[in-house]
Every structure is written in structure tokens, then in C-alpha cells.
Ligand binder design. Structure first.
Ligand code: CP
Ligand code: NVA
Length: 305
């Protein structure tokens, strides 16, 4: 029997698998009707322990467009690991549905669910990573710039889950990436060392505290909230530390003249990004959000078919 596959981290993918997801995502976006029965009758359980707009809607609409359906389980229903153990949740769900998407806090939770479930588990964001986001983002960059390899992406802000998945994905496609964060909020060293070990030619990683250095010559300028979900109590203190990392017109002007602006959303306008940048013609944030739908449909097809 073939081993079942999960999508827990970009780390679990090969460069070929990333390219395969991206090309299928483009095909699905171009001809969605061709895939309307790809997952006919299959059910996806969606487990959310944190809020969501994009992930929730795109997985829900996505599985329906592939001929399947979703079952939504919020924090109150499932109470992961508290009402019953994670292995028990996995061993129940595998008899009822054909895939699990989970958004939660600890990355160990998605790993444990995957280890105990005979069906595919997809990571819809943990404190450590957001691999579906990175895939949708790279689909967007590919659409706008026509290539990934050799481009420079500048991530300005917290060295968080989104930054980590972007660095890992950049390593597997040969993109240059610079991450500018204030001291104390830098990219995890493990992410940097894994990316350097597994990188294909063309990858370069610069970790700096200087946002101007990061943005200089960038094709893509990317930022995310300063306080992620679960860090709300640190928001005020983080605001002061991160203010020099705001992506405003002055900073954005240091990138290439045709650079695009990206943000995983939700955005805190006036904090990590100004209205002038996020609403500028060079902002692709809504195209980026839409591509969560197409790229996650590709992931579901590859895992659940
Ligand atoms: N970017 C993203 O994952 O958005 P949601 O938190 O709304 O799902
Ligand atoms: N870093 C953010 C991303 C939200 C999509 C968070 O974890 O809250």
C-alpha cells in the first residue's frame, strides 16, 4: 500500500513536489470545470482552534468545487486534546472523512494527528508554519513575474510562521530572500539552517535587522502582522518595537520600481503597512488571497484523490 501523504510543512516537500503543486494550481485556476468531480463524494474535516477568513472559506469552497464537501469543527466542538486525546480524534475522523485540515497553536498537534490518522492531514497554520500560504503566494508571484528563481523577496517584520514557510519555499525554488526583523523577533535559526541545507541553486538567505537592506533591489516586498494569533497580549509592546519595520511608501520606494507588495492578510492597516502601500496598484494582496483557493484545491487533489 502506498503511504498516505500529509501537507504539514514545506520541509516535507521536494523541489519537484512544490513545482507539481504550482503547476496543478495554475491548471485548476485556468480550467476549474475539469476538476469538478476530482474529489466526488469525499469529505474534508476542517478543525479550527484559531479564527480564519481566507483559510476557512477557501478550503470550504475548494472542496465543494472539487465535488466533495466539508465538515466544520470550531474550538468549542472539538476541544482538541482536551475533550479526547489527539490519537482518538484521528482514529475517529479517519473512519468518517477522507482528509483533515487543521489550524491550531502547537505544530506538534498537527504532527500528532497526522501520525495517528490513516488519512491526509493538511496544516492550515500553526505557530511554526503556514505552508498553504507560501504555496498560494508563490503561485501569485509566478503569475505576476513569470518566474520564481532568481527573484528577490524581502520579508519585513516578525520572523513568524508565515516568514518561515516563505523561507523554506524560497529554498526549494531557488529564490533570494531577505528577512528583516527587530532583535528578539528573528527567523528561527532552525528554519534558516534547514533552508540552507536543502536549497536548490539560486537560493540566498539574508537575515538582518535593517529593513532598508532587506528591501533594496527586491522584486517582492512582504509583511505580516506584528502580533500573531495567540500573541494578542504582546500587541502594545510589539507595536513600539516594530514601528521602524512598517512598510510605508518610503520603504517600498527602496525596492525595484516594479516591485509588488504582498501580505497574507488580515492586515493591520497603519501598523505593519500603510494604506498607501496596500492600496497601491502594485499591491497584489487580493489576488494572493484568491490563489489560496486554487492552490489548496491542487493540494487536496494531490493528497486525497
Ligand atoms: N492568510 C490567512 O491564512 O488568512 P486567515 O487567517 O483569514 O485564514
Ligand atoms: N502570522 C499570522 C498569520 C495569519 C494568517 C498569525 O499567525 O496570526
Amino acid at each position: 500500500m502506498l503511504m498516505k501523504k500529509d501537507f504539514l510543512s514545506i520541509r516535507d516537500c521536494s523541489p519537484e513536489e512544490i513545482r507539481r503543486i504550482l503547476s496543478l494550481a495554475a491548471e485548476i485556476k485556468a480550467e476549474p470545470g475539469k476538476f469538478s468531480k476530482a474529489l466526488e463524494g469525499k469529505a474534508l474535516a476542517m478543525l479550527f482552534e484559531k479564527p480564519s477568513l481566507r483559510t476557512r472559506v477557501t478550503f470550504d469552497v475548494g472542496i465543494h468545487q472539487l465535488g466533495g464537501f466539508s465538515v466544520l469543527l470550531g474550538p468549542a466542538e472539538i476541544n482538541l486534546g482536551k475533550r479526547e486525546s489527539l490519537p482518538d480524534v484521528a482514529k475517529n475522523l479517519e473512519r468518517m472523512v477522507q482528509g483533515i485540515m487543521v489550524r491550531t497553536f502547537g505544530h506538534d498537534i498537527v504532527e500528532k494527528l497526522a501520525a495517528h490518522a490513516k488519512i491526509p492531514v493538511i496544516n492550515g497554520l500553526t505557530d511554526l508554519s503556514h505552508p498553504c500560504q507560501a504555496i498560494g503566494d508563490f503561485q501569485t508571484i509566478l503569475e505576476v513575474k513569470g518566474k520564481l528563481e532568481g527573484l528577490k523577496l524581502a520579508f519585513v517584520g516578525d520572523g513568524n510562521n508565515v516568514a518561515s514557510s516563505l523561507v523554506l519555499a524560497a529554498a526549494l525554488v531557488g529564490m533570494r530572500i531577505a528577512v528583516a526583523s527587530p532583535p528578539g523577533y528573528v527567523l528561527r535559526a532552525q528554519v534558516a539552517s534547514w533552508a540552507r541545507e536543502r536549497a536548490v541553486p539560486g537560493f540566498e538567505l539574508v537575515v538582518t535587522s535593517d529593513p532598508v537592506e532587506a528591501v533594496q533591489g527586491a522584486d517582492v516586498v512582504y509583511t505580516d502582522v506584528w502580533a500573531s494569533m495567540g500573541q494578542e497580549s504582546e500587541a502594545a509592546q510589539r507595536k513600539a518595537v516594530f514601528l521602524p519595520y512598517q512598510v510605508n511608501e518610503t520603504l517600498f520606494a527602496r525596492a525595484k520600481p516594479d516591485a509588488i507588495f504582498m501580505h497574507c492578510l488580515p492586515a493591520h492597516r497603519g501598523e505593519e503597512v500603510t494604506d498607501a502601500v496596500i492600496d497601491s496598484p502594485r499591491s497584489v494582496v487580493y489576488q494572493e488571497a484568491e490563489n489560496r483557493l486554487h492552490s489548496q484545491k491542487a493540494i487536496m487533489v494531490l493528497l486525497m484523490k
